[in-house]
Design a protein. Structure first.
Length: 277
């Protein structure tokens, strides 16, 4: 059986040392219940033969670039654990920052809509943080709807509904929502060359990419819907592509939104935007 050091070093062709160590520690924690102290004390070498074989299989998958979250079937987000599969994006920490922003600003009794809900991480986080609110998550993907519903049930988010809805064919609505939030596809095809292989090869392209010639494709449709569907003084929140921050702001203005604010994520990128109807 390989040592902990040998395990994480086997991943360094794909990940830097710190990330490789974190990935292996996560596997040992989730699959074998090992604490950092256990790892330091050499408990890895005490695994049974069957456990060792299964660990080697996981390491082999990691060496091929498969995300650890898909291998384990779970991802941590905003202090909770969500079920994930290749049919949905892996929740990112910057998206949790968007949830924090909404939680801090929204009324405790809001009607909230999450468009392109994916795993349901935004809708469920807001529903649990704002427990007197009513939250609805929309998605077009059958995989996403199934996974989001599983997460609603597992996390007992009783005030969250998940519904089938195409983000590019939104229904007519008048003053229904206090808050609309979306983390839609926003990466242009031309940006693929700068992306990690584990994202390109394993995460769903339908949830990631938009055409180079129409980078605001989803934002425009959602903002047009929000212009009528939000209640007076309601707020529209987006996770955005930092490259198109200026264009997204101008689009908001074109639909009559005001008090537009952009926030940087913890990596210093202009990643979130909010506008008021």
């Amino acid at each position: 059986m390989k040592t902990y050091q040998q395990l994480w070093q086997s991943l360094t062709p794909l990940y830097d040392a710190g990330e490789a160590q974190a990935i292996v520690r996560t596997v040992l924690d989730v699959k074998y219940g090992m604490t950092l102290t256990d790892i330091i004390c050499g408990k890895v070498n005490e695994l049974s033969a069957d456990e060792g074989i299964k660990l080697e299989e996981i390491i082999n998958r990691l060496q091929k670039g498969e995300p650890v979250q898909y291998i384990l079937g779970q991802a941590d987000f905003a202090g909770r654990t969500f079920h994930v599969e290749p049919g949905v994006l892996i929740p990112r920490p910057e998206t949790a920052e968007l949830c924090d922003w909404i939680t801090n600003e929204a009324s405790r009794q809001s009607r909230i809509l999450d468009i392109c809900t994916g795993s349901g991480c935004i809708a469920i986080t807001l529903g649990l943080n704002l427990e007197n609110s009513e939250v609805t998550g929309w998605d077009i993907s059958e995989d996403a709807l199934r996974i989001a519903l599983e997460n609603v049930q597992a996390l007992e988010a009783k005030n969250v509904k998940i519904e089938h809805q195409d983000a590019l064919a939104l229904p007519k609505a008048v003053e229904e929502w206090d808050v609309i939030v979306s983390n839609p596809p926003y990466i242009c095809e031309k940006e693929k060359a700068d992306m990690a292989r584990n994202v390109l090869d394993y995460e769903p392209s339908i949830a990631l990419f938009v055409p180079n010639e129409d980078p605001l494709k989803f934002y425009r449709v959602i903002t047009e819907y929000a212009a009528t569907a939000l209640k007076p003084h309601g707020c529209l929140y987006f996770e955005i592509n930092p490259i198109y921050e200026k264009e997204t702001r101008e689009m908001f203005e074109g639909f009559g939104f005001r008090d537009i604010e952009t926030k940087e994520d913890s990596f210093g990128k202009k990643r979130m935007m909010r506008a008021v109807k």
